[in-house]
Design a protein around this ligand. Structure first.
Ligand code: HEM
Length: 188
């Protein structure tokens, strides 16, 4: 029984209303109104979903500086806070050139050249987030990563600045598909 598998169903149902979808690069996704997330190991298929994205949480692949690691641990907040009524679902695919690099080369671009975690800590250290890996499921998934972030309406500007800073890094030159989906929680 694994609860590391998360399924994101875009369609007509679910507690998250899709407020805006921006295709940053690559092929768009079909338009959907709402998002339903399930983490059951065998979640029933959603016949009315217009897209289904799946990813699995995993161990960390890249080392970050010890000092950054302890700041992430002490600052990062939990998902599901009552004030986190906004979310961003950003599926990302990196190109063949990225995957042709060695682990050490990717690590160097991620940490030394791009300061990925450092930029996150500079802009929004408390940001609740979860990273899902898709390549661990199969080679044929449409994305490599599904990223999920939650924040309050007042924190949206900080989130946007963080994203802009990350998209300007060497790491993002390898991103060939990215969809920025913004959501608002509307619980029943
Ligand atoms: C406080 C903010 C953030 C922090 C501290 C942070 C930190 C990290 C860390 C430590 C990893 C490596 C995990 C591993 O070793 O597997 C990672 C991976 C990743 N993060 Fe972030 N991140 C932040 C925000 C973001 C944002 C806003 C995005 C935008 C979509 C993002 C996209 C990704 C992606 C796609 C990966 C996987 C990279 C790869 O394995 O090639 N992160 N992040």
């Amino acid at each position: 029984m694994s609860t590391r598998l998360f399924t994101f169903n875009g369609g007509d149902t679910g507690p998250w209303r899709i407020a805006k979808t921006e295709t940053v690069v690559g092929e768009p996704l079909p338009a959907a109104k709402r998002l339903d997330i399930s983490s059951a190991p065998e979640s029933p298929s959603r016949p009315y979903a217009v897209w289904v994205l799946r990813g699995i949480t995993s161990n960390e692949r890249y080392g970050v500086r010890e000092e950054e690691k302890s700041r992430i641990v002490s600052m990062q907040q939990s998902l599901g806070l009552p004030e986190s009524t906004c979310a961003a679902l950003i599926p990302i695919r990196k190109n063949a050139a990225w995957w042709a690099l060695s682990h050490n080369e990717r690590q160097n671009i991620f940490e030394q050249q791009s300061r990925h975690a450092g930029i996150g800590l500079d802009h929004f250290p408390e940001l609740p987030r979860r990273l899902h890996h898709c390549r661990d499921l199969s080679e044929n998934e449409p994305f490599d990563f599904i990223t999920w972030f939650e924040y309050s309406p007042a924190q949206e500007a900080a989130f946007d600045q963080l994203l802009a800073a990350l998209r300007a890094t060497a790491e993002w030159k390898y991103v060939e598909r990215e969809i920025d989906i913004r959501l608002v929680r509307e619980d029943d």
